[in-house]
Ligand binder design. Structure first.
Ligand code: H79
Length: 420
C-alpha cells in the first residue's frame, strides 16, 4: 500500500506523552505511583473534580515546539506521535467539543497546532494519539468507576458526542496527519471500530490507522507496549517503547535505557521488519527531560553515521543461530553486521548459515574494506562467513560492517533432516 511507504522507511519514531498528569509526575498526596504516571488518576482514584484542578495550574512556560522538533531531528526519528487526548480525557488542543482542554489552562496554547506546524517545517511526520475508548472525565467514557456508575453509562453517547467530533477536529484542522494512534479498544463493539475507521478515512484516506483500532482493522499490527516479537514478522508492525519505566513524566524514575540498549532494540526491531516508537515524557514546564535527551541524542549521533543500516531496511531472514556479537539488518542485497558485543580480544566474528555469496565488505562509517572468508564445510554441512574485526570496529556502541551480496540473503536450513 502506497500510504505505508513513509512508515516502512522510517523505522524510528518518537512518542510524546504529555498531559495534565505531567504536573503530578507520578506522585499524589505524597504517595508514589510507579509505572504509567499517565495512569495516576485511575490508580489513585482521583475524583474528576480534584484532577481537573490540575488544569488551573498547568502552565508549561518552557514549552517550545521548535526546540522539541529540532531535537527530534537530531535524535534521528522520522515521525512524532503526540498524545492529543489520553485516557484522562483532557484534550491538549483547542477543542470546541469539550471545554476540558488546554485552552482552559493558564497556558492557553494549542499544542497540537504548534507541534504540527513545527513538524511540517522540519520534515518530521506528525501523528496523533487519541484514546478512543477510555475517558475518565466523560460520564459515558470507559474506565472511570469511582465517579460514575458503569451500569449507567451509554458508550454510544460518548462515542457520538466526543470521540467522533474530536477525531474530526484532529483530522481537519491540523493539515496532513501521518497516523492516528488509537489505544486500549478493549471490548469495543466491532461495528463502532469499523465506523471509526471509516470516519478517519472520510477526512484523510492516507492517514495510517494503528492496530489498536481493534479487530485487525488497522493498517499495521501494533505489538504490545514494550514488547518486541521473538521472530521476524511479515506484515507492517510497530513496538511502542518507554525509555524509562513510564510513559508520562516521572519525578522519580531515572531508570533510563542506555544508548546501547536503544541501538540494540533498533537493530532487533528493524531486522524483524518493524518500527520502534520510543517515548519521551516532557516535564510540567514543557522540557524534554535531560535523562531522555542524553540517551536519544547519543543514538541520533550514531544514526547520523550509521543510518543506512536502519532506515529503509527490510525484514531480514531469521538466521538459525543466535548472533552473540550483535545483530543483522538488511536492505536488498546489503547485509549490515552490527558488531556490538564481540568477545574481548576477538580477531573475528562468524555469521553462520549464510548461503549467498559475499562480493565485498566494508566499514559503514569509513568505507574501509574489511577482510573476510566464506566457505562451505561439506562434512559438517555448515556455511561459514568469517569476518576480521580487529582494527575495524572502533565504535563502542555498534560498529556496522556492510556485506554486499550477490543476491538477497539466503539462509541454510539447519532444521532440514540430514542427508545420510
Ligand atoms: O499510553 C501508554 C499507556 O498509558 C497505554 N498504552 C501506552 C502507549 C496503556 N493503556 N493501557 N495499558 C497501557 C495497559 C495497562 C496496563 C496497566 Fe498499568 C497495568 C495499567 C495498570 C497496570 C502500565 C502500568 C500502565 C499503568 C501502569
Amino acid at each position: 500500500m502506497e500510504k505505508m511507504k513513509w512508515f516502512r522507511e522510517a523505522k524510528y519514531g518518537m512518542f510524546v506523552h504529555w498531559g495534565l498528569y505531567a504536573e503530578l509526575g507520578g506522585i499524589w498526596n505524597g504517595r508514589h505511583y510507579p509505572h504509567g504516571t499517565e495512569w495516576i488518576m485511575k490508580y489513585a482514584r482521583i475524583p474528576v473534580q480534584e484532577y481537573r484542578k490540575l488544569a488551573d495550574v498547568f502552565n508549561p512556560v518552557d514549552f517550545d515546539p521548535e526546540e522539541w522538533v529540532e531535537k527530534a531531528v537530531r535524535y534521528g526519528v522520522k515521525y512524532l506521535c503526540f498524545t492529543a487526548k489520553h485516557h484522562d480525557g483532557f484534550a491538549m488542543y483547542d477543542s470546541k467539543v469539550s471545554d476540558y482542554n488546554i485552552m482552559h489552562t493558564p497556558f492557553g496554547r494549542d499544542v497540537v497546532k504548534e507541534l504540527s506546524q513545527a513538524c511540517r517545517r522540519h520534515g518530521i511526520i506528525f501523528c496523533v494519539y487519541y484514546s478512543q475508548m477510555q475517558d475518565w472525565e466523560d460520564p459515558n467514557g470507559n474506565g472511570n468507576d469511582w465517579d460514575y456508575v458503569e451500569a449507567e453509562k451509554d458508550f454510544r453517547i460518548y462515542f457520538e458526542n466526543k470521540v467522533k467530533p474530536q477525531v474530526k477536529e484532529l483530522l481537519t484542522r491540523y493539515g496532513d496527519i501521518g497516523m492516528i494512534w488509537f489505544d486500549t479498544p478493549y471490548d469495543m463493539p466491532l461495528e463502532l471500530c469499523r465506523e471509526l475507521k471509516d470516519w478517519v478515512y472520510s477526512f484523510q484516506p492516507d492517514c495510517i490507522i494503528n492496530g489498536r483500532i481493534g479487530y485487525g482493522l488497522g493498517d499495521y499490527r501494533q505489538m504490545g507496549d514494550n514488547n518486541i516479537p521473538v521472530l521476524g514478522y511479515e506484515d507492517d508492525w510497530e513496538t511502542p517503547m518507554t525509555l524509562n519505566n513510564t510513559w508520562g513524566y516521572s519525578r522519580v524514575d531515572e531508570y533510563w535505557k542506555s544508548p546501547r540498549d536503544v541501538i540494540k532494540m533498533l537493530v532487533d526491531v528493524s531486522g524483524k521488519g518493524g518500527n520502534l516508537l520510543l517515548n519521551v515524557g516532557p516535564t510540567p514546564l514543557g522540557k524534554i527531560p535531560e535523562g531522555s535527551h542524553e540517551v536519544m541524542e547519543t543514538v541520533g549521533d550514531w544514526l547520523k553515521i550509521n543510518g543506512d543500516s536502519i532506515y529503509g531496511t527490510n525484514r531480514c531472514v531469521d538466521f538459525p543461530y543466535q548472533i552473540k556479537w550483535g545483530g543483522v539488518t538488511v536492505r536488498e542485497n546489503n547485509l549490515y553486521l552490527h558488531v556490538m558485543t564481540p568477545d574481548a580480544d576477538a580477531e573475528e566474528i562468524v555469521l553462520y548459515s549464510l548461503e549467498t555469496k559475499v562480493k565485498r565488505m566494508y566499514v559503514l562509517a569509513t568505507g574501509e574494506q574489511v577482510p573476510f572468508r566464506q566457505y562451505y564445510e561439506p562434512a559438517r554441512d555448515e556455511y561459514w562467513f568469517r569476518i576480521t574485526i580487529k582494527g575495524y570496529c572502533q565504535d563502542p556502541l555498534d560498529s556496522v560492517l556492510v556485506a554486499e551480496l550477490e543476491g538477497e540473503p539466503g539462509v541454510h536450513d539447519i532444521y532440514m533432516p540430514s542427508r545420510k
